[in-house]
Design a protein around this ligand. Structure first.
Ligand code: NAD
Length: 475
């Protein structure tokens, strides 16, 4: 673990293994942190915040360090991506793009560090000046999931550091390696010891003690709904700030005037990219009834051609799911859908390509899904698509919004007025029109309804790591 600028084992000497999802074999071991290790890391971050130089560096100097880190990440992107693939089994091509793109977060927030300006509001009292400044909140706990470990860390770490905070990171127990590796680059970028710390271990043993530690003032979490609810409740007891990025059941809506040459591949990559293990997966495909048969034919044809295999092989389209538990959960969702009367028109089974010791699920498509079925309401986090139909715009909106989540939505249409109407009426933090899955450091990302609290990315995110202070000066 990386604590206060030192590499440390867990105090009790315990370790845990990380398995490669493609081979099924353990390939790395990490210290298994408990509450005492977490306390050591938080104390290091607290000392760096209260006694260290970092919050007192000029904002420009902090920004320059983040820009250096961005450059180092770009230079090391392929190596970081390979490490991530060994841990989470996603396609090397996708992770290489992601790791290269991820460098931009550090440059973007590095550039923003010295653009956080306070203000002097006019005051209705004579002889008084009031200054509003924006100050860092203190020690931030950053807790990340396994599906895109370094990208989702960048969404938190870059704005947290730009704002002048210090942090303790708890990566997923399934994908620890790349975050640990990143610490070499954090050090090389000249970020002082204790500003960034990493504890490695499990949610209850390391994550919860971090959330409840009295010196932690802010928790930023990406993960599942159950853990999010527990974290939110625990943080609320001490009135800590929280950002929660949770799950989704996003609708991908295709109108009868859509360009099907774009919409069919859009629907396929919307759900099957990363074997469906993305929070933004377009897992409910809403088709206008007039194009249902043609669209489904083309969709099944394209999805059928996908090749399952080694994520390091550039010819592979579908990689394993990340863990045995995830594999079993996906299959149980498929069984539930069958039991509810949904019609499986593609896949529906476990698979294991020759040479792999890991866990695969075939790209699976259910037709004839009603929106009140569990397969249409609950997040699967796997390569399983539900197909529903609608008669008109009004019904499309009603079905799309009739779900507890509100992370993202897709609309495929050539009618600009309809695109505008739909983007206004959909209850989601992100709406894509004639595209799907785009995100950027420049634009806010956050869930409505049960998909989360607060925002990451864009100008909005840095405010999540700052607090206003009102200073009164009298003559
Ligand atoms: P998870 O909730 O099991 O774990 C996420 C992280 O939280 C891990 O580091 C884990 O160790 C930790 N954790 C778990 N329980 C905890 C607890 N009680 N206290 C403190 N920490 C705890 O999620 P996962 O299985 O790793 O990731 C999949 C989930 O993440 C999916 O539901 C997916 O939709 C969601 N996700 C959301 C986004 C988004 O931006 N909205 C992005 C990616 C993934």
């Amino acid at each position: 673990m990386w604590i206060g600028g030192d590499w440390l084992p867990a105090e009790n000497g315990e370790t845990f293994a990380s398995a490669n999802p493609y081979t099924g074999e353990d390939w790395a071991r990490f210290p298994r942190a408990g509450a005492r290790d977490v306390d050591r890391a938080v104390q290091a971050a607290h000392a760096a915040f209260t006694e260290g130089d970092w919050p007192r560096w000029t904002a420009s100097a902090r920004g320059a360090a983040l820009v250096r880190l961005s450059g180092l990440i770009a230079e090391n992107a392929d190596r970081l991506a390979e490490i991530e693939v060994r841990d989470n089994g996603k396609l090397l091509a996708e992770m290489s793009n992601q790791c290269r793109y991820m460098a931009n977060w550090y440059a973007y927030y590095g550039g923003m560090a010295d653009k956080v300006e306070g203000r002097v509001p006019p005051i209705d009292k004579p002889g008084v000046v009031n200054m509003v400044t924006y100050e860092p909140v203190g020690v931030c706990a950053l807790i990340t999931p396994w599906n895109s470990p370094l990208l989702l860390l960048a969404w938190k770490l870059a704005p947290a550091l730009a704002a002048g905070n210090t942090v303790v990171i708890k990566p997923s127990e399934y994908t620890t390696a790349s975050t640990v590796e990143l610490m070499h680059l954090v050090e090389a970028a000249g970020i002082p010891p204790g500003v960034v710390n990493v504890v490695t271990g499990f949610g209850q043993e390391a994550g919860m003690p971090l959330v409840t530690h009295p010196l932690v003032r802010k928790v930023a979490f990406t993960g599942g709904e159950a853990a999010g609810r527990e974290i939110n409740a625990a943080a609320a007891r001490d009135f800590k700030k929280v950002t929660l990025e949770l799950g989704g059941k996003s609708p991908n809506i295709v109108f009868d005037d859509a360009d099907l040459d774009a919409a069919v591949p859009g629907a396929v990559s919307g759900i099957f990219a990363a074997s469906g293990q993305t929070c933004i997966a377009g897992s409910r495909l809403l088709l206008h009834e007039s194009l249902h048969d043609e669209f489904l034919d083309r969709l099944v044809g394209l999805a059928k051609a996908a090749r399952l295999g080694d994520p390091m092989d550039p010819e592979t389209n579908i990689s394993p799911v990340a863990t045995a538990a995830q594999h079993d959960k996906i299959l149980s969702c498929i069984e539930t859908a069958r039991g509810e009367g949904a019609r499986c028109v593609l896949g529906g089974n476990s698979a294991r390509p020759a040479g792999s010791g890991g866990y695969f699920v075939e790209p699976t498509i259910f037709d004839g899904v009603r929106n009140d079925m569990r397969i249409a309401q609950e997040e699967v986090f796997g390569p399983v698509l539900s197909v529903l139909t609608f008669r008109d715009e009004h019904e499309a909106v009603a079905i799309a919004n009739d779900v507890l989540y509100g992370l993202a939505a897709g609309v495929w249409t050539c009618d600009l007025n309809r695109a505008l109407r739909m983007s206004r009426r959909l209850q989601a933090g992100t709406v894509w029109v004639n595209t799907y899955r785009s995100t950027s450091y420049t634009t806010p990302f956050g869930g409505w309804k049960r998909s989360g609290l607060g925002h990451e990315n864009g100008r909005e995110a840095i405010m999540e790591y700052l607090q206003p202070k009102s200073v009164w000066l009298a003559e």
